[in-house]
Structures are given as structure tokens and as C-alpha cells.
Design a protein around this ligand. Structure first.
Ligand code: SAM
Ligand code: SF4
Length: 332
């Protein structure tokens, strides 16, 4: 459906858990994480019901996220159920990859066609420092397992942490040189714990890559569901993408909404506004009533985030509405 600014909303990110087996420094604290109780999290039946209603409104693509989605039991069964919903064309996954090797067969069998693997470094010590867990090997095995399925579209996502992982940018980009994998560099967004981390902007990253790989060609057109812009470096098998919410606002073309693990429908990453669908589900509301609530939430999607303006340009923002949740409970 169209929102109030005429954008087509067709993509839903579903967070299935706020739990994670890593503790990335920009995403989750080491300790004292206030986790949702089991009963606060939507059941698979509840997620399926919401996705079915969203599909009636034109949502055709679903991304499963978290926390770490693979820590929730039976994820492939949810995937299979969502794929069967009329109107849902794609159900994809974003994961840190640590548990992927053991689950990939079931996921592909259930209908997974694309997976994004978050990987900020290939250096074991730095991986442990950034994620507080020594699990780079498992993540790389997950990546290899995904790559063993030629029909699966695999992307690597790297958050660009200025002063931390810049030496890794060319190493990660080299994956796209050797293999048909897209590698995307994500600017740190001022949400949750990562708010104050220095951000490696698209320009800084690109300049780094050019020094090693030469100039790239801009690719036009949309690849995938998201806001990434892509470049093609000479002799690369895959593309290099940039998701630059801070330096290049892309809200005019935003096509997405988000469902948190506890059932809150969020029309924009930066704002806390939205609708508590779990409350509606569990108070016995009809499909029609929930449908109307979803429709209203989509229609009222904010025009844009203010990541840059609120920080750097002094534009007015209603701070009362700013999102206070961590990325791990929104799902990225
Ligand atoms: N655990 C899964 C993973 O890491 O892919 C899924 C959830 S995670 C919150 C989704 C994505 O959000 C990851 O690629 C992560 O690097 C990214 N992320 C977390 N905090 C971020 C921030 N402040 N700015 C930009 N990306 C962030
Ligand atoms: Fe976990 Fe993903 Fe957050 Fe890292 S970015 S702590 S893997 S949810």
C-alpha cells in the first residue's frame, strides 16, 4: 500500500527474538541486558497472523532478523509457514552466521533464497574484541555453508567503524572480488549503543577501496529490497554496496516497516511511534481490527529520519518520539 507520502510499502522486517549469541559493542552491552520474557515474545502463530494481514496490504517481502534469529528454535518452520502465505514472495534472513552452518540445509529446504551475514572483521582477535565472543571461525563456516548453495543470494554486511575496522574494509571487499557475493558497508546509525561511535562514511570507505581496487562504476537500478547503492569494481564477481543512512538520506524511497520481537509495529527506525499489535492480538481483536491498525500505522509512516539533522544541523526534532530501544531489539 501507499503511505501518506506516496511511498509503496512492501517490505517487512520481523524480529523473532531480542536474544543474541554475540555482544557486538555497538549493539548490545556485555551484561545487564534486559531481555524480554518468553511470554512477551510473539509466538510463531502470532507472527504468521500479522504477516498474513500485512500481505493483504501489499507486503510481499519479509526479512527475519533479531537479536540473532537463529537462536530461536525452529526458525525454518516459521520461514516455511511465511513462504506459504498468499502474496509473500520472499522470506530472507539476516544473521551473524555463527549458527548458520548447522541450520542452512533446513532453511534452504524451507524456502530461503537470500541471506545477509554480518561480518565486521576477518581478524580473529578483533572479532572477539568487537563481538565479545571468539566465534569468527563459526561465522566463517556459516558463510561458507551459505556459499555452497549456488541458488542462495549471499551478502556480507560490514558496519564501518572508524578507528577500528578500516584495515578490514578491503579484506572484506575482496570477497566480492573472488566470489559472487555482494559486500555492503553500513554507516553506523545513531541508534542505541552505537550512537557515539565514529562513523566511517560512504566516502571514506569508497576512497579506501579505490586505493586498492581502482575506480568503480556506479550501478543504477534497485538490487534487492533495501536502500543500498551499488558499485562495480573492475574484475569483481560481486558488487560493493553502501547503506549510508547518515551521509545519504534515502527516506524518499523507503519501502519498509518493522515488527519487533514483542509485537510492536514500527514504521520508521528512528522514532518510537507505531502500534502495539501484540496487545491487539492478545485482547481478542478481529483480523479486520488488526488490519485497520496496521493500515493506519503504514499510512502514518514519518516522512524521514533526522539522523544527521538532529546531531549536526540543529533541526528541530521531537526528542520525546526518538527511539530508545537498542538495535538488538528492533532488528536493524
Ligand atoms: N544478529 C543479526 C545480525 O547481526 O545480522 C541480526 C540483527 S542485527 C541488529 C542487524 C544488523 O544491524 C547487523 O548487520 C548489525 O551490524 C546492524 N547494526 C546494529 N547496530 C547498528 C547501528 N547502530 N547502525 C547500523 N547498523 C547497526
Ligand atoms: Fe547480535 Fe546482531 Fe547485535 Fe551483533 S549486531 S549483538 S550479532 S543482534
Amino acid at each position: 500500500m501507499l503511505d501518506q507520502y506516496g511511498r509503496t510499502i512492501e517490505y517487512l522486517r520481523v524480529s523473532v527474538t531480542d536474544r543474541c549469541n554475540l555482544r557486538c559493542r555497538y549493539c548490545m552491552p556485555e551484561e545487564g541486558v534486559e531481555l524480554l520474557q518468553h511470554e512477551q515474545i510473539l509466538s510463531y502463530d502470532e507472527i504468521e497472523r500479522i504477516v498474513r494481514l500485512c500481505a493483504k496490504m501489499g507486503i510481499s517481502k519479509v526479512k527475519l532478523t533479531g537479536g540473532e534469529p537463529l537462536v530461536r528454535k525452529g526458525l525454518s518452520s516459521l520461514l516455511r509457514r511465511l513462504k506459504r502465505i498468499d502474496g509473500i514472495e520472499d522470506v530472507t534472513l539476516t544473521t551473524n552466521g555463527v549458527l548458520l552452518e548447522s541450520q542452512i540445509d533446513d532453511l534452504v529446504e524451507a524456502g530461503l533464497t537470500a541471506v545477509n551475514i554480518s561480518l565486521d572483521t576477518l581478524d580473529r582477535a578483533q572479532y572477539e574484541e568487537l563481538t565479545r565472543r571468539d566465534q569468527l571461525e563459526e561465522a566463517l563456516r556459516g558463510l561458507e555453508a551459505a556459499l555452497s548453495y549456488p541458488q542462495l543470494q549471499v551478502k556480507i554486511n560490514c558496519v564501518t567503524l572508524l578507528g577500528k575496522n578500516e584495515e578490514q574494509w578491503t579484506k572484506l571487499a575482496a570477497f566480492a572480488k573472488e566470489k559472487p557475493v555482494d559486500v555492503r558497508f553500513i554507516e553506523m546509525m545513531p541508534i542505541g549503543i552505537g550512537q557515539s561511535d565514529p562513523n566511517g562514511s560512504q566516502k571514506i570507505v569508497y576512497d579506501h577501496l579505490v586505493q586498492v581496487f581502482g575506480e568503480a562504476r556506479n550501478l543504477s537500478g534497485r538490487f534487492g529490497n533495501g536502500p543500498a547503492v551499488y558499485k562495480q569494481f573492475p574484475e569483481f564477481k560481486g558488487k560493493i554496496g553502501f547503506i549510508s543512512a547518515v551521509s545519504h538520506q534515502f527516506c524518499d524511497g523507503c519501502n519498509r516497516i518493522r515488527l519487533t520481537a514483542d509485537g510492536f509495529l514500527k514504521p520508521c527506525l528512528q522514532y518510537s511511534t507505531g502500534k502495539d499489535l501484540k496487545e491487539l492480538l492478545r485482547s481478542g481483536k478481529s483480523d479486520q481490527e488488526i488490519f485497520e491498525a496496521i493500515k493506519e500505522t503504514i499510512y502514518r509512516k514519518p516522512r524521514s529520519h533526522q539522523f544527521k539533522n538532529s546531531e549536526n544541523e540543529g533541526h528541530m526534532c521531537d526528542t520525546k518520539q526518538m527511539e530508545q530501544r537498542k538495535m538488538s531489539s528492533i532488528g536493524g
